[in-house]
Design a protein. Structure first.
Length: 262
């Protein structure tokens, strides 16, 4: 089962009264959820993250679903996929919440789209700002599961999925995670890495990280490794190399993450 998720967030005043819009459909277009969420006072970027988080929280009711997520926020998409570093402490907190929820998905991908392709989510975000409170316009009732509207023979579950282990594990149709290649493009400053040079030789990663990778580097690398692994198999070999900076303050190390197509 695949869920197509459109999210949008905005604030009037930046920061100001903010809202989030979430639209979830099955792959065949059958509605699953439409929600307008009032967020109080937020920035535009924070509202975009809150929209994603609300959508992922709803998606935990379908733990076996593949998630195709669409957003017109280039910043959100590039931070989630590791292309941009999250510098704002506020956004870093929301980034962590989103990553924890993404770990619960069987498989996911996120794509940047144009605003005109995200009209309904934008309408819902503005509705929340207009009304000043949450409004759920549609949500698939569990009783509707007697017949599957998506034609896949499955239905969203009411039981949330347990979090996955914090490894770079991602399911695939054959049960084995695809392999990702990691290369250090810039070594840490002298004496700044608690693990020395143990993890600064190239390595490949499937379901576990090699020994010697420090927690700070792992913290930075895992979201991007998972994003690459969760890419649709037909597009896996086309994923560009992504740059990741170590999460340790003052380290300066950078890594290049790319699909291993050998």
């Amino acid at each position: 089962m695949q869920l197509k998720i459109h999210v949008d967030g905005g604030a009037r005043g930046n920061p100001g009264p903010a809202g989030a819009g979430v639209v979830i459909n099955t792959a065949s277009g059958a509605p699953v959820h439409e929600g307008a969420y009032f967020l109080g006072r937020q920035t535009n970027n924070a509202a975009e993250y809150h929209a994603l988080i609300r959508a992922l929280q709803r998606a935990t009711r379908a733990p076996q679903a593949d998630l195709a997520i669409f957003s017109d926020s280039e910043l959100l998409v590039r931070q989630i996929t590791g292309r941009y570093r999250v510098k704002s402490p506020k956004l870093a907190e929301l980034f962590e919440q989103a990553q924890v929820l993404l770990l619960r998905a069987a498989r996911w991908r996120i794509e940047h789209i144009r605003r005109e392709q995200n009209v309904r989510a934008d309408e819902l975000a503005n509705l929340a700002m207009d009304q000043g409170h949450d409004q759920i316009l549609f949500d698939l009732d569990d009783s509707a599961c007697d017949s599957d509207t998506s034609g896949t023979g499955s239905c969203p579950s009411t039981s949330p999925a347990a979090p996955s282990d914090a490894t770079c594990e991602a399911a695939d149709d054959a049960g084995a995670a695809p392999t990702v290649h990691v290369v250090t493009t810039r070594r840490p400053g002298a004496g700044s890495c608690p693990c020395g040079d143990a993890h600064h030789t190239p390595f490949t990663c499937s379901t576990t990280l090699p020994g010697g990778v420090c927690l700070h580097a792992a913290h930075a690398l895992l979201p991007t490794i998972l994003a690459v692994q969760n890419t649709d198999r037909a597009e896996f070999s086309q994923v560009p190399a992504l740059m990741v900076r170590c999460a340790r303050s003052g380290c300066g190390a950078t890594f290049e993450v790319s699909p291993d197509t050998d």
